[in-house]
Design a protein around this ligand. Structure first.
Ligand SMILES: NC(=O)C1=CN([C@@H]2O[C@H](COP(=O)(O)OP(=O)(O)OC[C@H]3O[C@@H](n4cnc5c(N)ncnc54)[C@H](OP(=O)(O)O)[C@@H]3O)[C@@H](O)[C@H]2O)C=CC1
Ligand SMILES: O=C(O)C1=N[C@H](C(=O)O)C[C@H](O)C1
Length: 246
């Protein structure tokens, strides 16, 4: 496939490495300040665009690419809202292809499935209090991570005791000031950590946790390239659950 990379930072470079190793061509890269490249004639040859820029640039990049009719894989976090997703869904109903995931790694998508099941099992176990924690590198702009937001949203969807979440101080362990229906979430920023996510339920007698730790960016990058390949035969609004069949 001929792939355009929007955002040529840590993830852009990791995706380039995996895409080349799978026989694809990177025919265009657009980084900050290179908006003129959106007018390049090379777009006629692009099979899919992969967008990993960040919270302040993703919305306009996505809108621009979707309106160009190019299948789009987007992994940027910290910008998606229900209203924007509805807008992109309408574009998809008119023929656009938008593959979005807050985390493209297979492991985290298995964690998402486990989180949904655990949340549902915990609905009637009032003695267990939920907590979400994530750790990332110090360069990360959004807090909590997109993956943590997905874990929290799913937890609220599948566990009827919770209605909201709140970012708390990392040193704070007294959650009594939070409303009983609010999940505390802690976001740690340390060194060059690729990404650790944990959901825990704690009672006075024990703790149950599910946890994922990325050892590199290769898992995210491989998932993004698999997603681009998936857009060859699949259209509309797509997710990793579609690709993995889970
Ligand atoms: N869904 C997933 O699986 C994953 C998602 N992510 C998300 O991907 C995003 C990028 O992460 P990461 O690669 O680490 O970040 P980086 O900062 O390393 O890379 C982002 C790149 O995009 C560039 N950029 C900024 N604004 C624009 C713009 N308007 N148009 C084009 N390029 C632009 C940046 O340039 P400059 O540096 O000059 O600002 C930088 O080169 C984040 O939102 C992150 O949370 C990350 C990993 C996995
Ligand atoms: O910024 C990152 O690095 C990551 N961002 C994503 C997120 O916000 O969840 C995915 C992964 O954890 C790495």
């Amino acid at each position: 496939m001929n792939i355009a990379l929007i955002g040529y930072g840590r993830m852009g470079h990791a995706i380039e490495k995996i895409a080349l190793s799978r026989g694809h061509k990177i025919v265009l890269t657009i980084d900050k300040g290179e908006d003129d490249k959106f007018k390049s004639p090379i777009w006629k040859e692009v099979d899919a665009a992969i967008e990993f820029t960040g919270p302040s640039s993703a919305e306009s990049n996505c809108r621009q690419i979707l309106n160009m009719g190019i299948p789009l894989v987007c992994g940027s976090t910290g910008f998606m809202t229900p209203e924007l997703m509805s807008e992109f869904m309408i574009l998809c109903k008119k023929g656009a292809t938008f593959f979005y995931a807050t985390n493209f790694s297979v492991g985290v998508n298995i964690l998402f499935a486990l989180n949904q099941r655990l949340a549902s099992l915990m609905t009637h176990q009032d003695e267990y209090k939920a907590q979400v924690e994530e750790t990332h590198h110090i360069h990360k702009l959004d807090k909590p991570s997109g993956t943590a937001v997905t874990l929290l949203s799913d937890l609220i969807k599948f566990n009827h005791r919770y209605k909201d979440w709140s970012l708390v101080d990392n040193t704070d362990n007294d959650f009594n000031k939070l409303s009983i229906d609010t999940i505390p979430v802690k976001a740690y920023r340390e060194g060059e950590v690729f990404g650790i996510h944990q959901v825990s339920y704690t009672s006075s007698v024990d703790t149950i946790s599910i946890r994922h730790e990325a050892f590199s960016r290769d898992g995210f990058a491989t998932g993004a390239v698999l997603a681009a390949e998936y857009t060859k035969d699949n259209n509309g609004l797509l997710t990793m659950a579609d690709l993995l069949g889970i």
